[in-house]
Write a protein that binds this ligand. Structure first.
Ligand code: GLU
Length: 414
């Protein structure tokens, strides 16, 4: 995955004519933290899990990015995702750098008490390198507002009251209104803007969605509320399709209860992976990375792909989709709504002030439409695809800040 994020970076760096030296400055992670977390399970047995925090770049502000709890988390993975956060915060122009981390664990097999203990141990061992002006974690795959509350609580024990150390907290504990649905709402805005390029609206299209977690669930709801027809949804346990459009509210209730969309009676059962090549106008991969590969990219029937997940498309698949004229709205633009509202939450915490939901939505709308328009303009100006354009925009912003801070003799036309 690191290789993929570097390839996308270099494609944009080529467009900008960046020297090897500047590329090296921009790609090297600032700090890589690896911790051995030892906790007791409910029976008193000791367990080791490895935790990671990769802090990639702080040129534009405190580093920012999620924490994921998943068996695939490792240093390479966290580094790639930290990189993406640096470019994402720059695309949407929030004053943060990029970081990412997580714990190599399987939350599905753990009790709530074990998750709490593991989270607190992680904070105890990283407390000196995270903080409101240093590095601010947030939810990601398999982490949620509860986990963020534990982080805030544990960190505050060491450093004093610090709600701004983490975002995505519960609303009753210094969380922001609108944070939970923010990524899904951002995905919906990105889709709306992409369709506007073809003078279409969400009400004109059918949508297939992979993943029904925090991102997919809210995106499906908001797309349906905008009049779009969600015709297929899949997750790692199965999928469901209905050409008339799935009842998203009912599907959400089912998924909440059964922890999967599989078996939902309001449609026909399909394989979870079938959703990627489903006959819908739009595909939203909103689960995990590397799901669109050279093996299935030729079979994708959607004409627009909006990346709700981070890194769902491999470079080989990306090239195939481009060749086939499929418009890909890249992750660092499409799913930037989450980190944007994280920024609003952090700002509210720092100011000890609360925003109404309407204000959060209005500011998110502004940030996403502006980011989309900036990426589109770079794409037109340079005759490049949206992903390369998003990286060009981000590299320009991060590069300017990074070089202004360092005594780099080389002058680059960014
Ligand atoms: N994990 C989310 C992402 O990948 C949110 C990060 C944040 O809010 O800091 O963008």
């Amino acid at each position: 995955m690191l290789d993929a994020s570097h390839r996308y970076f270099h494609a944009a760096a080529d467009v900008l004519g960046l020297s090897t030296k500047v590329r090296e400055i921009l790609l090297s992670p600032f700090r890589v933290v690896k911790v051995d977390l030892v906790i007791e399970d409910d029976e008193g047995k000791l367990h080791h899990n490895t935790g990671y925090r990769v802090q990639h770049n702080a040129a534009r502000g405190p580093m920012k990015g999620g924490l994921r709890y998943h068996p695939t988390v490792d240093e390479d993975h966290a580094t790639a995702l930290a990189n993406l956060m640096t470019w994402k915060t720059a695309v949407v122009d929030v004053p943060f750098g990029g970081a990412k981390g997580g714990i190599d664990c399987d939350p599905e097999t753990m009790t709530r008490a074990e998750l709490d203990a593991l989270t607190r141990q992680f904070v105890a061992q990283t407390k000196d390198v995270i903080g409101p002006t240093l590095d601010v974690p947030a939810p990601d795959v398999n982490t949620n507002a509860d986990v963020m509350a534990w982080i805030m609580d544990e960190y505050s024990k060491y450093q004093g009251f610090s709600p701004a150390v983490v975002t995505g907290k519960p609303e009753h504990l210094f969380g922001s209104a609108g944070r939970e649905e923010a990524t899904g709402l951002g995905v919906t805005i990105a889709l709306r803007e992409a369709l506007a390029l073809e003078q279409k609206t969400i009400a004109d299209v059918t949508v297939a969605l992979q993943g029904f977690g925090n991102v997919g669930r809210h995106a499906a709801r908001l797309i349906a509320e905008s009049g779009g027809r969600v015709v297929a949804v899949g997750d790692h346990l199965g999928g469901v399709a209905n050409a008339e459009g799935l009842d998203v509210a009912q599907l959400s209730g089912w998924a909440l209860e059964h922890r999967t969309v599989a078996g939902f009676p309001g449609g026909d059962p399909i394989e979870g992976s079938e959703v990627l090549t489903w006959g819908a106008d739009v595909l939203v991969p909103a689960a995990i990375e590397d799901v669109l590969t050279e093996d299935n990219a030729r079979d994708v029937r959607a004409r627009i792909v909006v990346e709700g997940a981070n890194g769902p498309t491999t470079p080989a698949a990306d090239a195939i989709l481009r060749e086939r004229g499929v418009l890909v709205v890249p992750d660092i633009l499409a799913n930037a709504g989450g980190v944007t509202v994280s920024y609003f939450e952090w700002a509210q915490n720092v100011q000890q002030f609360r925003w109404e939901l309407e204000r959060v939505h209005a500011e998110l709308e502004k940030a996403m439409t502006r980011a989309f328009a900036s990426v589109r303009d770079v794409a037109r100006e340079k005759s490049i695809d949206l992903r390369t354009a998003a990286f060009v925009l981000a590299i320009r912003r991060v590069g300017k800040a990074a070089l202004a801070r360092r005594n780099v003799r080389e002058k680059i036309a960014l």
